[in-house]
Design a binder for this molecule. Sequence first.
Ligand SMILES: [Fe+2]
Length: 372
Amino acid sequence: MSAGKKILIVDDEPHNLLLLKTFLVHMGHEVAEASNGIDALKNLGADIDLVLSDVMMPGMNGFELLRRMREIPDFDDVPVIIVTTLGDKSSRLKAVQAGAMDYISKPLDPLELRVRVDAGLRMKQKSDKIRKFQSELADMVEERTLALNRALAELRESNLDMVYRLAAAAESKDPETAAHLLRMSNYCAMLAQKLGLPSDEVDIILHASPLHDIGKIAIPDAILMKPGPLDESEWQIMRTHTLHGARILDKSPNRILQVAEEIARTHHEWFDGSGYPGGLKGTGIPLLGRLSAVADVFDALTSPRPYKAPLFASEAADILREGRGTHFDPELLDLFLESFDEVLTIKQKFGDSAPHDLTFHSNQTSTDHRPG
Ligand SMILES: [Fe+2]
């Protein structure tokens, strides 16, 4: 067995310590000494590979020392060999029960001592290897977890960046402001939160809803930027922005774009079935379509346009009420109006007068819309 290990020997009899030490040093080991259990606990360190302990000692006996050591995580796998004159079966059992790996009877037999000590050191070497492996494994898991979390955060950021660039592309053709996008999406997220949707879904809705009018990118400027009211044929073209938006966003593996597709396609459906493009009715309209309709119309009514002045929030609320059950899902509308203080807070926070860009911050939302 390998020499050069550090062994703690515990005995209240100096001549016993001296004898043990002599044998162990002769075997090539370094020796630390203690005169009882208390003394031994003070001398225990990370460098101790094996403990040889007497049983009967004043202050703290060998069994108690063993028991204490097994309660200390750093030393619970340090092998302990009991060295005693107690030769009866019950004492040996007690030693094993207390956690001793072995015992040696006095008077010491040098050959027996070498065999037992070598066995103890082999056991310690194995447990050291296991402990080192566990530690390396834990480090590796922690490192990989951190790397994974970093990658997920980067992926989320790049997702959001892409979404906002898309929204900004549509924005560049649309006279409506970035502030509209922020308000509208924050209204959507507020409603989603009040409906009890999970926070990650609320977050996705917040970031997806600015894309509701992305299809306007396909609408001719002459219609999109017309300063006056649209005629019927122009409206027919304008209404296709829902289908253009759905086509642009369709079949994406990205969850934000999937949600955005549903909103783009259904935010102009009416609860009574008279909306477009699908003429869907009631709860046949996806929840996000019903929810975004309330948010979008409220913000369109309360926003200035080249062709109209903004309504006061209370006037807009009255108009929304007129559409209860026809244009809007009654329950969602009620929820929106019951939360009017929060609606006004969002309206003020993302007002048209304040500078906005489409940089995303979680907990912030929104976007625009011309009532197309
Ligand atoms: Fe729209």
